[in-house]
Design a protein around this ligand. Structure first.
Ligand SMILES: [Ca+2]
Ligand SMILES: [Ca+2]
Ligand SMILES: [Ca+2]
Ligand SMILES: [Ca+2]
Length: 449
């Protein structure tokens, strides 16, 4: 565009005793050299599609197209928002630069010249271009760069600057969105950078997400996200405040009721344990009694009877009836009515065993007694004869012939209690009074399960 600027000078013509420089004529009336309007005085000042523009001391031939587009520095065309692929190709997308020339300069003419303005006669008589830039005879602004042309020169701005008001001013590339994310304008250039979590692409303008997971920043799972990443933890672990490390969850700390007996925290999980004599049930939390008598894991001899209870077992020795009692079955002793030594003693002693959980809620019916033989006119009295020193039990008659042993106070184990439960038979018709005993051994467990 600038190359299209052509400036041509007129030959000097003397004027009646006064000599003016080229492009001027002497006006006798005012006795001064005044500008010649070459566009009017020369029919063929400019050729072709050039338009003649008169200047003080010369004239310009400008392409008509250029001449018809006035320069508007305040409204530069918007840059193409799309990014160019070339690293420094933004010149393509710059707003249309205004003509970078300033007022063309006209070298002074020395003496008679056979060459047009801008040329000088060489020794061989030809016309050589004057390098105004080299000879420092240009009038470029200090902020501009002088570029020599055939017959003249132009003043131009370096890359990253544009001409505004005759001065080369830095282009604020940031204002035009040259960077995708962060932009820093500097004189003559600009630089792009990216937010945290992004990386500048090779085009020096756009940013791409960093896949932080590639560096395995998480102790367990990692999810890459646009501009960041997220860690997650395996089941049984929780993310720590640093967002990357996983810490074991202390499930036992959540609740005291997670395990029936005791909770043991483990990395990523937990487990319940039970006291000796129990095993952990299928639910992983409850404790179930081991029946040592069924499993055979006991120390009872063949002569003994194994008795299982909650949390343990015991070996019962074979029944040995104290004299004068005689054994009538494997768990019953009898004192014969015919034997005088038996007169004031209970007629039978029945041996029974039961187990009871520690801390069982009260009141609780725990044992039933019932008369097995009934005599006409007889009635029965049920009572606890011995073993109830702590008054944990009482007897409640439920019918004429039956009664229930009631636990009335909480009892804690491990404990072994022996209660003699007596059934007194009274028959006033035949003036009979006799008794039978149930010797009940109660194994109270240590744990409430
Ligand atoms: Ca700049
Ligand atoms: Ca990312
Ligand atoms: Ca755990
Ligand atoms: Ca057991």
């Amino acid at each position: 565009m600038l190359a299209a600027l052509v400036f041509i000078a007129l030959c000097m013509h003397p004027a009646h005793g006064q000599t003016c420089t080229e492009g001027f004529a002497f006006d006798r009336r005012i006795r001064q050299c005044i500008d010649v309007d070459e566009c009017r005085s020369m029919p063929d000042a400019c050729r072709g599609d050039m338009r003649c523009v008169n200047q003080n001391g010369g004239y310009l031939c400008l392409p008509r197209s250029l001449y018809n587009q006035p320069y508007r520095p305040e409204t530069p065309a918007q840059p193409d928002p799309a990014y160019s692929d070339t690293a420094l190709g933004f010149a393509d997308t710059f707003p249309a630069s205004p003509p970078r020339s300033v007022e063309p300069s006209y070298p002074r003419v020395r003496g008679t010249a056979q060459c047009i303005l801008g040329y000088v006669v060489a020794e061989d008589g030809t016309c050589n271009d004057i390098d105004e830039c080299e000879t420092n005879s240009h009038h470029c602004n200090p902020t501009q760069v002088c570029i020599n042309t055939s017959g003249g020169y132009t003043c131009s701005c370096t890359e990253g600057y544009w001409l505004i008001g005759g001065q080369c001013q830095d282009i604020d590339e940031c204002r035009y969105g040259y960077c995708q994310q962060l932009c820093a304008n500097v004189p003559g250039s600009y630089s792009c950078s990216c937010n945290t979590g992004f990386l500048l692409n090779l085009d020096s303008r756009t940013c791409q997400d960093v896949d932080e997971c590639a560096d395995e920043p998480c102790s367990h799972g990692c999810f890459n996200t646009y501009g960041s990443f997220m860690c997650n933890c395996d089941e049984g672990f929780e993310l720590q405040e640093d967002g990357t490390n996983c810490k074991d969850l202390d499930e036992c700390g959540f609740s005291d009721f997670l395990c029936q007996h005791r909770c043991v925290n483990t990395p990523g999980s937990f487990s319940c344990i039970c006291p000796p004599g129990y095993y952990v049930y299928e639910d992983g939390r409850s404790c179930e009694d081991i029946n040592e008598c069924d499993t055979g894991n006991n120390t009872c001899t063949t002569a003994q009877v194994c008795f299982n209870f909650q949390g343990g077992y015991t070996c019962l020795d074979p029944l040995q009836c104290p004299l004068p009692y005689i054994e009538v079955s494997e768990n019953q002793c009898m004192c014969s009515a015919e034997n005088p030594a038996c007169r004031d003693k209970p007629f039978t002693i029945l041996y029974r065993h039961m187990d009871l959980s520690s801390g069982r809620s009260v009141p609780a019916d725990i044992f039933q007694m019932q008369a097995t033989t009934r005599y006409p006119g007889a009635f029965y009295i049920f009572q606890i004869k011995s073993g109830n020193d702590g008054r944990e039990f009482h007897m409640r008659q439920t019918s004429n012939v039956s009664a229930t042993l009631v636990l009335s106070r909480p009892i804690t184990g491990p404990r072994e209690l022996v209660l003699d439960l007596e059934m007194v038979t009274v028959n006033n018709v035949i003036n009979f009074r006799g008794s039978s005993i149930i010797r009940l051994t109660i194994f109270v467990s240590e744990h409430p399960f």
